[in-house]
Ligand binder design. Structure first.
Ligand SMILES: [Mg+2]
Length: 364
């Protein structure tokens, strides 16, 4: 029988191009834990963006479990991983680690069968709608203009900027930056905003009222996603679609977001929620509430599974991760006119540029 012969985790730290920040966090580097799994002459690749501890969890706990399993039986191996971490907790770095291994296993299976990953999972579309995402609160006017200009040149149809600066303490700058973004993109491109939980409920409602002429279409995490009741309160009043879910780690969290009326569109992240295996189930939970799902960040990890769910809204094409994935892999997809096109390449279509990124490797 063909088995998974080897599982390896490598942790990379990539400096950002310029300092990045949102409503409630700031950073100047991004950590990626890359997983490779080998079987029958094929290599599967998966990854997550999270603490270096993800690599430690994979080496100590997940790799010994996954080694020797049948690479065709990804859901079975997923179940084994989740059961094994019961006493450590599924959330946080452990959930990220499981997600990365799951993604690598799906890629491995597709490569062993010599089919594109989207073909293995099954498609409902061959092009996947995306939105350009960045617009960091740390950007000055010139940096914002340059980024939006680059996206427009690539035909972007939806763009997202960060607001809620310094935990909601810079309302007037938030409004000025939204106004500037609308001026720069014109009337025909959809404008999205993300407060990363930086506002209070009343404040979020007030800011959207002041921004009513800007035709904002998407208001992500207006308040903390821990406050489902307040998300629902904001959603009931503001005009844009309210979205949340990027920190969801299991189906129960996603169900609670849906059933409490907290979101117009559910978000989930393949690299956090439990990999492709769980993301497909999250899509089913959302569908049962008549909601669409939007994929959060790690863009090249989402494309193939996103092609297969009927209730997809779009994927977030996040500047920071787009930049890393283009550097890390040959075959990274590049959006054009608001979509990415699937290719016929086997698996996820990516090949590591190992020598080029060796200088960012911090542990293997
Ligand atoms: Mg967000």
């Amino acid at each position: 029988m063909t088995v998974v012969e080897r599982v390896e985790a490598s942790v990379y730290v990539f400096p950002t191009d310029v300092p990045e920040g949102d409503g409630t966090f700031a950073w100047d580097s991004t950590t990626m834990t890359l997983v490779r799994v080998w079987s029958g002459g094929a290599t599967g690749i998966g990854w997550t963006y999270g603490a270096a501890e993800c690599g430690a969890v994979i080496r100590s706990t997940l790799a010994p479990l996954v080694t020797g399993t049948d690479p065709m039986d990804v859901p079975g191996t997923w179940e084994k991983m989740v059961r094994a971490v019961r006493n450590s907790g599924r959330q946080g770095a452990i959930g990220y680690a499981i997600s990365a291994v799951d993604a690598a296993l799906w890629d491995l299976k597709a490569r062993l069968l010599d089919v594109p990953l989207s073909g293995l999972l099954g498609r409902v579309r061959t092009e996947v709608p995306v939105y350009a995402s960045g617009g960091f609160t740390t950007y000055d006017d010139a940096q914002l203009a340059e980024q939006l200009g680059g996206w427009l040149a690539a035909g972007a149809t939806r763009v997202k900027v960060k607001i809620g600066e310094s935990w909601g303490s810079q309302e007037s700058r938030d409004l000025a930056r939204m106004t500037r973004a609308r001026e720069l993109i014109g009337d025909d491109v959809e404008l999205f905003v993300d407060a990363n939980g930086g506002y209070s409920a009343k404040q979020a409602i007030r800011v959207m009222d002041q921004a009513r002429d800007l035709d904002i279409r998407w208001f992500e995490e207006p308040v903390s996603s821990d406050r489902i009741d307040q998300l629902a309160e904001v959603r009931a009043i503001v005009a844009p679609d309210v979205a949340a879910g990027e920190y969801g780690y299991d189906l129960f969290t996603f169900r609670r977001l849906c059933e409490s009326g907290a979101v117009d569109v559910l978000q989930a992240d393949v690299s956090r929620c439990g990999g492709l295996t769980e993301w497909m189930r999250v899509a089913a939970v959302a569908a049962s509430f008549g909601l669409e799902l939007s994929g959060h960040c790690a863009p090249n990890l989402h494309v193939h599974v996103a092609a297969g769910i009927p209730n997809l809204r779009h994927l977030e094409w996040f500047h920071d991760h787009d930049r890393i994935e283009r550097r890390m892999f040959d075959g990274a997809l590049i959006p054009r006119d608001g979509v990415v096109m699937l290719t016929d390449a086997p698996g996820n279509g990516l090949t590591m540029r190992e020598a080029d990124v060796a200088k960012f490797l911090v542990s293997a």
